[in-house]
Every structure is written in C-alpha cells, then in structure tokens.
Design a protein around this ligand. Structure first.
Ligand SMILES: [Zn+2]
Length: 169
C-alpha cells in the first residue's frame, strides 16, 4: 500500500464479508468507500450480497487533473489523524485539532498518485458498467465545495433511500 499498490481481491473480499456479517451492520446498513475498485470485485460483491443488494452506487465524478491537485496538498496529522490541506506541495502544516504536525500520507507521493490514477483510468469504465447494468449507479458531478457535493448526493439518493419518488437510474 505504501508503494501505491492495492491489496489483492481475495483478501479485500474476505475482510468486507467479515465486517458485513457483524450484527450492527446487519441492523443499520453500511457505506463502502473506495471499494469495489475493479469489475471482478464489483461482480463478487453483488454475488456476496445476494438477496440483500446495494441500494445505490455513487460515483463522485472529478477530472483526473483536479484529483491530482487535491491529493498533492492533502496532509494528515501524525498525532490524531485529522485530515487537512496544505497551501502548496511541500508545505508541512499544523493540525487545527491538536497542534500536531500534519504530513503527506506515504501513499500520496507524486509517483504513487500517478500509479493510482492510471489504475483508476483503466478500471473505472468496466467497474461502473457493472453497476449501471444493475440499475444502481448514481453519477454526481463532484466539482465545487464539499457542501455543494453533499447536497447533490443527498438529492440524488433521496428517492432510493427514503422512497419519495421514482427509483434513481
Ligand atoms: Zn492532530
């Protein structure tokens, strides 16, 4: 992971299955972030969930150039793990929460970011096609402020999660 490589599918699926079987998840539901990343993982997840399928799959759409820019200034506190944003690429910042030092995550090196973006470029199309075919895919334009994006997500998911209208397609 430090080199920007991803964990093998069999391990990821075993970890996900183990957690999804927990009583609190069974009772309250769940949100997966960053998984599945590939078409085989998506197919395996759909199979794993069987008669209790996902309500929706949200794709936060951001151009690669913007993702690259965001990742290069991302910092995380070494003491309390609060995420923060640097003003430029090299800048070390102090944590707003605890005053600790916030640094770049080891997997946010420029080389690692390029590897992840290249992997995404290759895998995203087939991955999203699986969920589009299953009628679960919700595409969200994710440029703008976190609040704007959050509002778009909530509006898009409302019919699916609270059943006030037709299904999101
Ligand atoms: Zn901190």
């Amino acid at each position: 992971m430090i080199d920007g490589h991803l964990v093998p599918d069999a391990i990821v699926l075993r970890v996900v299955k183990h957690r999804l079987d927990d009583p609190d998840v069974q009772r309250r539901g769940f949100l997966l972030d960053g998984f599945p990343r590939t078409e085989p993982q998506a197919t395996a997840l759909i199979e794993l969930l069987g008669d209790n399928p996902l309500d929706a799959v949200v794709n936060l759409e951001v151009p690669a150039a913007v993702v690259r820019k965001r990742l290069l200034v991302r910092r995380v506190c070494t003491r309390c793990e609060t995420p923060t944003v640097a003003r430029n690429r090299e800048h070390t910042v102090y944590c707003q929460n605890c005053g600790g030092t916030a640094v770049r995550r080891p997997d946010d090196s420029p080389e690692s970011i390029e590897r992840r973006l290249a992997a995404y470029e290759e895998q995203a199309g087939p991955l999203l096609a699986v969920f589009a075919k299953a009628g679960m895919l919700v595409e969200i334009d994710s440029l703008g402020s976190p609040d704007d994006v959050f509002d778009r997500v909530m509006r898009a998911l409302q019919p699916t999660l609270w059943g006030t209208g037709e299904a999101v397609g």
